[in-house]
Design a protein around this ligand. Structure first.
Ligand SMILES: Cc1cc2nc3c(=O)[nH]c(=O)nc-3n(C[C@H](O)[C@H](O)[C@H](O)COP(=O)(O)OP(=O)(O)OC[C@H]3O[C@@H](n4cnc5c(N)ncnc54)[C@H](O)[C@@H]3O)c2cc1C
Length: 495
């Protein structure tokens, strides 16, 4: 989406040569990037749609260094934008163009402090790449159940700060649900250490939940204790062609019981969106290439997983799924289906699902709304949203994809054939208002998993109650009275 938000007022104290020298004394030469060409990738968002400024990129190597850098900025009223892998989709990690302060990159803080397999916890630094941690968990016969298309470059500190969702929320919950402890550098440089792997701890307010999903506006997450699960030993991955969104919801409900409550993923994709993936993402192939199957409007990727290995000669997950799908075909809820016969086939199916964000970068003009409503209401929402968008722009093409098991769709539209980006952009405000009003009327959320960042700054204020906004401002004011920590993200403090 093009950024049409009026930029907020933010602190603009400069990084003087004296402050730069002090930063160098804290992090050393290798902890500073000062040249424009080195800074540019850090101040441009993943989609290449937003860009901002920073006087310098600071890359601390320890919590102590983060604390000293933040204290220096606090004492001099210098704004800080924390950043992990820079894969966020709402511009939270991208400084505003008026930003004159620092960009704080956590990438050098990538140590694993402890793996406690018996307690099922891992203690890690914020700059660890998600995929590395997934592998670490697997090497210890455990599962870190956070998987998303950006896992090769997003970092756990970013995942925590956005309370990332992904493809396994249905079974394991989102990031918030598997964080046991945090260490955070507060906006004045103090270190808040709650790095404890306790499953039970009712000692006052549970402050960690302010920083999880806080998008770096309340402090810098430096370390975390993460809970992990037993590694699945028997997994079935199915790719289904289905007739309607209602069929997807009905199938999901049927699958819970049929699988013995082992449905770990249930993802919905529209045919138009899939065609974009096959066109733009190398190595993707249609799992159901027959002509008849290609005519289905909707597709589901589902996974059933069990920590128990398939019994020798007994029934495993794939057998159960096969029997279930045969039954569902008879009932007309499934038109065609294939179950992965190998890990490679399963990875191929997931590669398609995870390729949607990449494909949307290469496709023509498009819009996408990261929304959620109660899962049962998704079919009606999809129909009414389509009608509302077409009332603004006849010919607009519906193409959602998403985590329907969580009631969360990336409710997307492609421009009418032949329309330019500039023409399409003129319709965006009216379509956004129509869709977001509908989300409100359905009792849903205008940001299910990507957060607010800079892109939804005004939408959050528009759809939240004054009581809610006042409470958020009070928390921000209490923890960050100088408004230096990722200013102008989530809420405006200075207008
Ligand atoms: C291909 C693709 C697929 C994606 N799929 C999903 C998906 O399925 N589900 C989903 O939820 N998201 C998804 N995303 C969005 C994104 O990957 C997630 O939001 C991810 O959690 C961001 O991690 P990051 O390290 O890149 O954070 P960044 O983009 O660097 O930062 C995100 C926010 O967190 C703050 N931040 C980062 N690190 C810290 C820290 N240590 N302390 C304090 N604040 C910090 C930043 O200031 C910013 O506000 C996808 C993105 C891409 C590109």
């Amino acid at each position: 989406m093009d950024n049409q938000v009026v930029p907020p007022t933010i602190p603009t104290n400069p990084v003087t040569p004296e402050i730069l020298a002090k930063l160098r004394a804290i992090v050393g030469d290798r902890g500073l990037l000062e040249q424009d060409q080195d800074i540019k990738p850090f101040v441009t968002d993943w989609r290449g749609q937003l860009s901002g400024n920073a006087a310098v990129v600071v890359r601390p190597g320890s919590t102590e260094e983060v604390s000293q850098v933040v204290k220096l900025c606090y004492d001099n009223d210098i704004a800080i934008v924390p950043q992990g892998g820079n894969t966020g989709l709402m511009g939270g990690a991208t400084p505003w163009p008026a930003h004159t302060g620092i960009l704080l990159s956590l990438g050098r803080m990538n140590r694993v402090i402890e793996v406690d397999a018996k307690s099922s916890t891992m203690t890690v630094e914020a700059g660890c790449v998600l995929q590395t941690l997934q592998q670490l968990a697997a090497d210890n016969d455990r599962l870190l159940p956070l998987s998303l298309g950006a896992q090769g470059s997003c970092m756990i500190g970013g995942n925590l700060s956005t309370n990332a969702g992904g493809a396994q929320v249905l079974h394991y919950g989102n990031t918030r649900s598997f964080v046991l402890g945090l260490e955070v550098v507060l906006p004045n440089g103090d270190v808040w250490n709650r790095l404890r792997g306790l499953k039970k701890d009712n000692t006052g307010y549970d402050l960690k939940h302010l920083f999880i999903g806080g998008e770096g506006t309340l402090g810098v997450i430096t370390k975390a204790v993460i809970k992990v699960w037993p590694k699945p030993k028997d997994v079935a991955t199915g790719w289904l062609a289905i007739p309607s969104v209602q069929a997807a919801v009905d199938l999901l409900n049927e699958s819970h019981a049929a699988s013995g409550d082992t449905v770990t993923s249930f993802e919905l994709m529209h045919r138009l969106s899939l065609d974009g993936v096959f066109k733009h993402v190398p190595g993707t192939q249609d799992p159901l290439p027959h002509t008849a199957s290609r005519e289905s409007p909707w597709y589901v990727l589902t996974e059933w997983s069990s920590a128990r290995p398939k019994p020798d000669g007994g029934e495993g997950m794939a057998d159960r799924m096969e029997a279930f799908l045969a039954d569902m075909m008879e009932q007309g809820l499934v038109e065609d289906a294939v179950i992965a016969q190998s890990e490679a086939q399963s990875r191929g199916m997931w590669h398609i699902r995870e390729g949607h964000a990449e494909a949307s970068r290469s496709e023509g003009p498009a819009l996408s709304y990261d929304m959620s409503v109660a899962t049962s209401k998704i079919p009606e929402f999809v129909t009414r949203g389509d009608e509302a968008a077409r009332a603004v722009l006849p010919g607009i093409r519906l193409s959602p994809v998403g985590h329907i098991g969580d009631g969360n769709l990336h409710y997307g539209f492609k421009a009418p054939e032949g329309m330019t980006k500039e023409q399409f952009a003129q319709y965006k405000p009216a379509i956004t208002r129509a869709i977001n009003d509908l989300i409100r009327d359905f009792g849903g959320s205008i940001s299910a998993e990507h957060g607010i960042g800079q892109e939804k700054l005004d939408e959050l204020a528009y759809y939240s109650s004054p009581v809610e906004m006042a409470a958020m401002r009070a928390i921000k004011q209490a923890l960050d009275p100088k408004n230096i920590m990722n200013p102008g993200k989530i809420i405006r403090m200075m207008g």
